[in-house]
Every structure is written in structure tokens, then in C-alpha cells.
Design a protein around this ligand. Sequence first.
Ligand SMILES: Cc1cc2nc3c(=O)[nH]c(=O)nc-3n(C[C@H](O)[C@H](O)[C@H](O)COP(=O)(O)OP(=O)(O)OC[C@H]3O[C@@H](n4cnc5c(N)ncnc54)[C@H](O)[C@@H]3O)c2cc1C
Length: 280
Amino acid sequence: MVRHFIPETLGEALDILSDHACQIMAGGTDLMVQKRTTAGVAPAFAKDVLYIQRIKALKEIIHTDEIVRIGSACPLEEILHDQEVPKLLRDATLDVASPAIRHMATLGGNIGNASPAGDTLVPLYVLDARIVLSSKRKNREVLLADMITGVRKTVMHEDEMITEVIIPKHKFQKSTWVKVGGRRANAISKVSFAGVADINDGVITDIRMAFGAVSPTVVRSLPIEGMMIGKTKETIGDVIGEVVSAYDLLIHPIDDQRSNQSYRKQVAMNLLTDFIKTLF
Ligand SMILES: Cc1cc2nc3c(=O)[nH]c(=O)nc-3n(C[C@H](O)[C@H](O)[C@H](O)COP(=O)(O)OP(=O)(O)OC[C@H]3O[C@@H](n4cnc5c(N)ncnc54)[C@H](O)[C@@H]3O)c2cc1C
């Protein structure tokens, strides 16, 4: 029989995880859909369930001058209304589901689900977010881009959980988030794009871009971004073609019920080109 655990503290939760193989449940907005059976029948869980929603320490947002630390069980709706959270993440969070879902859904759940269409992942890649993975044995920090290895695949061990998301604070001069979905709310992304840039004295000094829902994991390429550093209004045109071709090789969308490969690819390339063309 499947048991459930509802700890009040992080210490208790980590003790439970070290002793039992558990399915972690935060808001349950992904899990209850994934584990559904038929109408009127309770969802089917194969493992014991560890509910983390009562752990206050996982719901905090802590700011310093340099970083923001967001507890993994913090509801998305709270992140949305915290003006010190980077704008790019707030913009993407506003596009997740609908207000009712966002009150239950958590940032840790969006990451733990490891879907290429997870909307907060795209800005978090661009913002160089680090994920704190905790177990009874130790805490470790992993770059989000290194944590997610495939569709619903992560480097997390069975006794680990996401406890915090650490985001370096930096106000980018340009910040763009675009989600393409079937409707304005409660739509999973067909394609998404996040881009940020700093331009000083007419020269690109920092530029970062990432795409969601077009490959098994979010696509971001530091070498391609590097091709644009140092470019100006006059010279950016020299590399646009090369940049688009380089991303074209990295983006491998699939056909599914929401969209098809060629549409996704074309839209991703259009979003990239638009972002670069409107930098200056
Ligand atoms: C109607 C509807 C619309 C939606 N629209 C969107 C959308 O527009 N964009 C979008 O990105 N998502 C959307 N979703 C999906 C979902 O709401 C989000 O992914 C949400 O952030 C999941 O958070 P949760 O707390 O509910 O996760 P849960 O369902 O509790 O968990 C999801 C996964 O993460 C794991 N997990 C949770 N917390 C942790 C933790 N602390 N450590 C380790 N693993 C953990 C769980 O074990 C599970 O595998 C939608 C869902 C619904 C039902």
C-alpha cells in the first residue's frame, strides 16, 4: 500500500527521503494529471508520497544585493508579485497556466517535472540559475542547465530534493520573453523564447538566449552567444545569418498534439531573428 508523509520541517523531509523511496509532491498540478486513472478513481502512485507543501522554509523568497533565493515550494503566484525577482522570470511566470493553478504550482515542481515546455525553465537557463539539491548527506548546487538531462530526466538522486533556486541579480537593458501557445491561458507552450542583453556605448557586452519546447531540454548555446559579443548596430548584420544557422542545427522540435516540427522550427527562428534585429 502506498503511504504518504506530510512533514512540517525540511529536516524531517530529508530523513524520510533517506529512508524511503518517495515521489515528492509540491502543488501536485503536474503529478495529479500524470497519475490520473479514470473518472472517480484516485490517482495511482507507484511509490510512497512525500508532500512538501507544509514546510515553511521551502516557501520563502530571500533577497540579497547579489542574488535572490527562491524556496522550491514557493507558489508561482508569489514569485509573480515580488518586484525584486528578475523581470524575465516574472514575465514567464505570468504565462504559466492560470491564477488558480499558479497558487498551487511551485517553482520546484516546474523544474522537477523537467519538461522542455516548462515555462520558468527558459528564463532560468538565461539567468544562470543554480539549483540547490539537498539530502540528509549533503547540499549541492548545480547549474540548472546541468541538472536537466532529458525529458523528465535530471541528475537528482533518490534521496535528494530541490530546496532552493538561486538567481544572480542583474538588471539587463533588454529583456524579452515570448510564449507561443494555443490560447492566452492554460496552454502549454508550442515554442517559447527568452532573450536578454546589455549594450554599452553601442556595443553588445552580454547577450543570452534560450528556447523552450523545441528539443528534449531547453536550448541555450554559450558559443553562439559569444559570436554576438562586441557587435554593434553596424556589425550585427554580419553575424545574424551565421547565428540563425547555428541555432538551426541545435533545434530539433517534435510533432505532437500541440504543433508540428516545421511550425516550431520556423517560429523559433523568427523569434530569434526578431530579438536580434530589435537590439539596437
Ligand atoms: C491546467 C494546467 C495548465 C498548466 N499550464 C502550464 C503552463 O502554462 N506552463 C508550465 O510550465 N506548466 C504548466 N502546467 C504544469 C504545472 O502547473 C507546472 O509545471 C507547475 O510548476 C508544477 O508545480 P507543482 O508544484 O504543482 O509540481 P508537482 O506536480 O507537485 O510536481 C511535479 C514534478 O516535480 C517533482 N517535484 C516537485 N517538487 C520537487 C522538489 N522540491 N524537489 C524535487 N522534485 C520535485 C515531483 O516529484 C514531480 O515529478 C499546467 C498544469 C495544468 C494542470
